[in-house]
Ligand binder design. Structure first.
Ligand code: BES
Ligand code: ZN
Ligand code: ZN
Length: 493
């Protein structure tokens, strides 16, 4: 999507989008003759500015068509409404065949918070809702095409500042990183085996201050990464571990390790899934996809934080060399785990990486994984679970997430449930009791691999990583959650 910024007097387009609060008579920043005409027409049409409602008006005084999109009540305003509202407006624009639209940016006094954030949210909502994964299909001739060009129109040219352009540029970079992560998770499973993912990750090191190291089978054996190796052993496609590093130009404020589960396809292995349960398992690398997306973003911003990204990739298949129930896996930190179900594979990759990541002495370690079906049962498909040892960061993720329209809820990590993981043959079993607190016992298992004193948060994205239906500004398919929240968290450190 092309994004421009221009003063209102220079705008010559034919479709203009305006935002309106419920209870107002005119859209924000639509003064004078246009506004008066609008108010008269809108009164007849009974359009009130309700959130997620749009109105299409002919306004001869200026643009030939005006799409007004509701922000709801002023006192209920939060920034995420802007993303949803612009998505609704662009859907309407699509329906009338518009390829290019202008968006009236309000004045500072009209919005709570920074106007640059408002404009950034417009850009994010527009790019994220216009995303399509059309690599393997030809859109039908009668299918509405997403709007290709968005012009931010400034009634008050004072707002068209250097800072505004910078904020818009940053929003574009964030959104493109999310679209990149979505592409990776939407890609069918066979064309994206572990080595292919590593190749894509290596491409990220061309921009900014990013380096990459890929550890292949021989090196993983030398390092003792039994989790990654055993999970990958049932496939013809060898597993690997990608280690990306962002080093700031100036002084580093903090070292953060971000780990993402990268199962490029989860068949369940020998504990094979029923066919229906496999349908979306190409998305079982969405955690690693978010890590790669994060590094795409890091390539375009000058963040004063050292960030290590660990993305372990493997295909979980029931081939001849596959791990078996009853096997014992030895992980990077020497701890052993008894395998009960080969379908609980993700935690073994994460275990190696949490132990390895701890050796990098981070001030914060986050792992992101489509880890448990139990999480979807507990929190549904729009909430990710948070578990961990860093309560401040957990609180921060919840509040930052809300601003980003990505939703999180904390689950406990009680020592009392550690008994569920007791094993007679290994240091622990890798799963708890059947159908009992599956997300929590997975978290307790992971905790065993986090180094002493390392602040850690585990994010289970099994629900929100993939959506069957369109969301406000995420079309059906991979969503890119929780990339924007982590990016905002890192930016705020
Ligand atoms: N990748 C799945 C978890 C999953 C399920 C993600 C549904 C998204 C939607 C994971 O590897 C898995 O299969 N976990 C098992 C663990 C169980 C065997 C303890 C599960 O949740 O059933
Ligand atoms: Zn599985
Ligand atoms: Zn899995």
């Amino acid at each position: 999507m092309r994004i421009d910024l221009i003063p209102k007097k220079n705008w010559t387009g034919r479709v203009l989008v305006g935002f309106m609060f419920d209870g107002d008579k005119t859209p924000l920043a639509m003064p004078g003759e246009e506004g008066r005409v609008f108010a008269a027409v809108a009164a007849g049409e009974k359009f009130t500015g309700q959130f997620k409602k749009t109105g299409l008006f002919r306004c001869d005084a200026g643009a030939s068509k005006v799409i007004v999109t509701g922000l709801g009540k002023r006192n209920e305003f939060e920034l995420d409404r802007v993303r949803s509202a612009i998505a609704k407006a662009l859907k309407r624009a699509e329906e009338i065949g518009a390829d290019s639209v202008g968006v009236l940016i309000p004045d500072n006094k009209d919005v709570r918070g920074e106007l640059a954030d408002f404009a950034g949210a417009v850009v994010e909502g527009a790019i994220l809702s216009s995303y399509r994964f059309d690599k393997y299909r030809k859109p039908k001739p009668d299918e509405a095409k997403p709007v290709g060009e968005l012009t931010l129109v400034f009634a008050n040219t004072k707002n068209l500042s250097v800072a505004m352009r910078k904020a818009v540029g940053e929003a574009v970079a964030r959104s493109e990183a999310v679209c990149f992560a979505r592409d990776l998770a939407n890609e069918p499973p066979s064309p994206k085996p572990p080595e292919k993912m590593a190749e894509i990750a290596a491409g990220l090191a061309k921009k900014g201050r990013i380096t990459v190291r890929v550890m292949h089978r021989a090196e993983l054996e030398k390092l003792g990464m039994g989790g990654i190796l055993r999970v990958g052993a049932g496939s013809h496609q060898p597993p690997c571990l990608v280690h990306l590093t962002h080093t700031p130009a100036g002084k580093s404020k903090k070292t953060v390790v971000v780990i993402g589960k990268g199962i490029t396809f989860d068949s369940g292995g020998l504990s094979i899934k029923p066919a229906q349960g496999m349908e979306t398992m190409k998305d079982d690398m969405a955690g690693a996809g978010a890590v790669l997306g994060l590094f795409k973003w890091l390539g375009s911003v000058d963040l004063p934080v050292t960030v290590h990204g660990l993305a372990p990739f493997a295909e979980n298949m029931p081939g001849g060399g596959a791990q078996k129930p009853g096997d014992v896996i030895r992980h990077f930190n020497g701890k052993t785990a008894e395998v009960i179900s080969t379908d609980a594979e993700g935690r073994h990759l994460l275990a190696d990486c949490l132990a390895y990541g701890s050796t990098l002495k981070p001030g914060l370690m986050i792992d992101v994984a489509t880890l448990t079906g139990a999480c979807v049962v507990a929190l549904g498909d729009e909430y990710s679970a948070l578990l961990g040892t860093d309560q401040r960061m957990i609180n921060r993720l919840i509040s930052v997430g809300k601003q980003q329209g990505e939703f999180f809820w904390q689950l406990p990590l009680p020592d009392r449930y550690k008994s569920h993981l007791k094993s007679k043959v290994a240091d622990m079993k890798h799963t708890g009791k059947p159908r009992v607190a599956g997300t929590i016992t997975a978290g307790l298992f992971l905790k065993e691999f986090v180094g002493e004193g390392v602040p850690w948060v585990h994010i289970d994205i099994a629900g929100p990583s993939f959506t069957q239906a369109d969301w406000d500004y995420a079309p059906a398919g991979a969503t890119g959650v929780p990339l924007r929240t982590i990016a905002a968290l890192l930016k705020g450190l």
